[in-house]
Ligand binder design. Structure first.
Ligand code: NAP
Length: 285
């Protein structure tokens, strides 16, 4: 993948720590090239606690914007001049646009997840969702599901206090639960959709599910999603597939949040499903 550079090329990047493993430069530069845009997208390591310093550097260096991953998403929130509804709702920013001396914060994670679900034919509206995890990704996913009309979202987390705190943001739809096998089995039995937002099963992360028998309690036909995209099929998804459930990995969410971010950066409207289909083979799908 090659991007043509000239003196007017606008700069974008992803910041994080760690960030060198990020797929964002590959995804974004491929889109930039496909759309014939005069932008380049770089990878910029920024240490924890240095988001404000980076923002000053980006403004000074004339960046058009940047994406943020761990550990900067929350730190950027108070630094923005304006926030979109989702960034305000989740309390975190994954896309920053710098325009006319002002900084605009967006969060495209929840929208990316929702679009990926709809694409896969899993419409969560009016459905009972069981969601595993209460970290940053779970926050965006659960609040988007609540906003878009899920009937209920039960948030099961090892640290139940984190689930309780998250549920306080939409108490009519979200409810907290534990992460023990009895709880997971009981909840799975009445679920319409199961979503894993923990890091269990991710390449390079510590920990796997010790026991996947709760999947056996899911009613037939209930879809199972995992936000993880490396590996493309986690042990959770492999077991769910063996049991006859439709499955969805985190790849299309990753692609859609990137597509929506590029729309914010450039103001260009992108045929998102067509672009996601074009990008998927880049990441091994
Ligand atoms: P995070 O904020 O660090 O949250 C991690 C979550 O996993 C927490 O709920 C944590 O529970 C749980 N967890 C970790 N180890 C566990 C264990 N041994 N047993 C039980 N629970 C455990 O991470 P995040 O940013 O939310 O990301 C979570 C996953 O989503 C990652 O795999 C990430 O790659 C993926 N993700 C994918 C996309 C995408 O575009 N597809 C976007 C964002 C994230 P505690 O609260 O108890 O610690």
């Amino acid at each position: 993948m090659q991007v043509e550079l000239n003196n007017t090329t606008k700069k974008l990047c992803v910041i994080g720590d760690p960030v060198l493993h990020s797929k964002s430069p590959l995804i974004q530069n491929t889109m930039i090239q496909a759309l014939g845009l005069d932008y380049v997208y770089l990878c910029q390591p920024v240490r924890a606690g240095e988001a404000a310093r980076w923002l000053e550097c980006a403004r000074f260096a004339g960046y058009a914007g940047f994406n943020a991953t761990m550990p900067h998403k929350e730190d950027l929130l108070p630094l923005m001049d304006e926030l979109d509804e989702d960034a305000r709702l989740y309390g975190s920013v994954n896309t920053v646009c710098i325009k006319d001396e002002k900084v605009y914060g967006y969060n495209t994670d929840g929208r990316g997840f929702f679009q990926a679900l709809l694409d896969a034919g899993f419409d969560p509206r009016g459905r009972r969702v069981v969601l595993l995890g209460a970290g940053g990704a779970a926050k965006a996913v659960s609040l988007k599901l609540a906003q878009q009309g899920a009937a209920s979202v039960t948030i099961c987390n090892r640290t139940v206090e984190k689930a309780q705190a998250l549920c306080g943001k939409a108490p009519k739809i979200l409810s907290p639960a534990g992460f023990d096998m009895d709880t997971l089995q009981a909840l799975a039995a009445s679920a319409d959709l199961l979503v894993n937002c923990t890091s269990l099963g991710m390449t390079g992360a510590k920990g796997q599910f010790d026991d996947l028998s709760f999947l056996e309690a899911l009613p037939a036909g209930v879809p199972v999603c995992d936000l993880i995209y490396a590996p493309l099929e986690t042990a959770l998804l492999a077991r769910a597939r063996e049991l006859g459930h439709s499955t969805l990995n985190g790849l299309s969410m990753l692609l859609y949040q990137a597509i929506f971010a590029l729309e914010h950066f450039t103001g260009v409207s992108i045929d998102a499903p067509a672009m996601a289909r074009r990008l998927a083979p880049l990441l091994g799908a």
